[in-house]
Design a protein around this ligand. Structure first.
Ligand code: F6P
Length: 545
């Protein structure tokens, strides 16, 4: 099959390509000099977030051609299809209606919305009961700790929200166990008391190996501690689309909250999968999280393309990934509470858009889903920022910066802000050879030594970054931020003509691991594998004796 090329038939494609060719060599600083409205022009505002994308290799004409490309690629229709419940997940023949989960009202999908509201009500009751100290366990002790057992989308979103909103944390503590490695569960349970612990098993499919294994161990831990089988229900809740499997596991339907196949795992924190967040933060805060996301949904659905924040971010992604050669994207939150944001975004963007065929099954000859990586500032500054400033890779950066702090330590926060703004500016301005030489001479080096060393201090600059700011990080702005990246991911998928809502690529490894587990137990000696795998299996066996 001939590989598909990127939107070449669209008239705007040639314009975008031409702009990219001329801007590749452009100087960001010169672009600022040439247009004094630039800092203002290249910004967007939505749902409490401010997006500054002025430090990008972009002109108003280049942006106009990108917007035209999006329009010719059918972006307005695609956005309409997402909200109207069309089968945008075409390979699984389903809509992707995560926006419904945070809607405050909806008539278009009345039947589905009825179930959303009923589930939300149940979540509220459960969260409030726990927060009032009215949920007791097998011994009559009040539940003080909740352990969320889940992985991927059934873990990353709730884990991020709970840790990002620590200043809003209530009485009940929430913990997260995800890994197949038993050490994860063991380390978590070490400091918990079974009598006052509640497990929430989150699994859309209720078939995920890691989650089921950890849940079985959790049940054994409870039984060992003295809970009777008939008392276990006081300590287990399940969130799943597969209510039957949860019941078979021993969780009665009254202790199960539903999820629906029209919610992708990585888009599910807004559903009952987010129950642990609602418990940790309290119901009001969780409702604010939903409201923040809903307000971003409204912006995405209704604002003009030129002001549409998720669309603009996606066009930048396309611009760098497919026209300027960047194969990665860096997210640097300058807020310690957001340390889990890069992990969350990795699943969101790479599981969604790491695809090699178009939505209709044609192989693609262009890059999709750039590698997303990053960590909190200022930690990254003492680690990988060297590469950002002087490495050979083009790494477009998103800085995420709340402008105020809950810590009360204003001066220290001011320094954090200064570091963030300095990093964004440094990426742009760099340091010339002459400036490097001057710096070295000022430091006391003679001219000859300064000449020798100067190339090592040169920073080419001209490296692009966006800065996303918000007055403070709170449930509302966090909700908006996560919804922003969700919609950016969707827009990019439309431009790349791929389906962002399936993840067939994760299956084969799981299947092969079943075969290997059998071989490790000598249960299937007929299943011969490649020489390297066979040797590693043998090494494992040798290590057991
Ligand atoms: O293996 C990938 C995946 O299917 C993710 O898409 C999903 O978020 C995760 O596993 C967990 O799946 P489940 O919620 O069904 O346990």
């Amino acid at each position: 099959m001939t590989p598909r090329t990127l939107l070449p038939d669209l008239q705007a494609y040639a314009d975008v390509k031409a702009h990219a060719a001329s801007l590749k060599q452009a100087s960001l600083e010169r672009l600022f000099e040439e247009d004094n409205s630039r800092a203002e022009r290249f910004t967007a505002e939505a749902a409490g977030l401010h997006f500054d994308y002025s430090k990008h290799l972009l002109t108003k004409h280049a942006l106009a051609s990108l917007l035209k490309l999006a329009s010719q690629a059918g972006m307005p229709e695609s956005i309409g299809d997402l909200f109207s419940g069309k089968s945008v997940n075409n390979t699984e023949d389903r809509p992707a209606l995560h926006t419904l989960l945070r809607a405050s009202s909806n008539e278009e999908h009345a039947e589905k919305f009825k179930h959303v509201i009923a589930t939300r009500d149940r979540m509220q009751i459960i969260a409030q009961k726990l927060n009032r100290g009215e949920h007791t366990g097998y011994s009559g002790a009040v539940i003080t700790d909740v352990v969320n057992i889940g992985i991927g989308g059934s873990d990353l979103g709730p884990r991020l929200v709970t840790s990002a909103l620590k200043p809003f944390q209530g009485e009940v503590r929430c913990h997260y166990v995800a890994n197949a490695d038993p050490a994860d569960l063991q380390n978590t349970l070490l400091h918990l008391n079974p009598a006052s612990t509640l497990f929430i098993i989150c699994s859309k499919s209720f078939r995920t190996e890691e989650t089921l294994a950890n849940s079985l161990e959790a049940r054994a831990w409870m039984l060992t501690a003295g809970a009777k089988t008939e008392e276990l229900e006081k300590h287990f809740l399940a969130i799943t689309t597969n209510l039957q499997a949860a019941e078979d596991f021993g969780i009665p339907s009254g202790h199960c909250l539903p999820l629906w196949d029209w919610v992708g795992g990585r888009y599910s924190v807004w559903s009952a999968i987010g129950l642990s967040c609602a418990i940790a933060l309290g119901w009001e805060r969780f409702a604010e999280l939903l409201a923040g996301a809903e307000s971003m949904d409204q912006h995405f659905k209704t604002s003009a393309p030129s002001a549409n924040m998720p669309l603009l971010m996606s066009l930048l992604e396309l611009w760098y990934c497919n026209f300027l050669g960047a194969k990665n994207h860096v997210v640097l939150p300058y807020d310690h509470s957001l340390e889990r944001l890069p992990n969350f975004l990795q699943q969101l963007t790479m599981e969604s858009n790491g695809k090699r065929v178009s939505a209709d099954g044609q192989p693609l000859d262009y890059t999709t889903g750039p590698v997303l990586w990053g960590s909190t500032g200022t930690l990254g500054q003492h680690s990988f920022h060297q590469l950002l400033h002087q490495g050979q890779l083009l790494c477009p950066v998103d800085f995420v910066l709340p402008l105020t702090t809950y810590t009360g330590m204003a001066q220290q926060h001011l320094n954090l802000v200064a570091n963030c703004l300095a990093q964004s500016r440094t990426l742009m301005v760099g340091r010339s050879l002459q400036a490097a030489k001057d710096t070295l001479v000022q430091r006391g080096l003679d001219n000859k030594k300064a000449e020798e060393l100067a190339p090592h201090l040169v920073m080419p600059g001209n490296r692009p970054s966006s800065v996303i700011t918000m007055k403070s990080l709170n449930p509302t702005t966090l909700g908006a931020l996560l919804a922003l990246y969700e919609h950016r991911t969707f827009c990019s998928a439309q431009l790349w003509q791929i389906n962002p809502f399936d993840q067939w690529g994760v299956e084969l490894g799981k299947e092969i691991s079943v075969g290997i587990a059998q071989k490790l137990q000598d249960a299937d000696v007929t299943n011969t594998m490649d020489g390297a795998t066979e040797r590693l299996i043998q090494r494992w066996k040798n290590a057991q004796t």
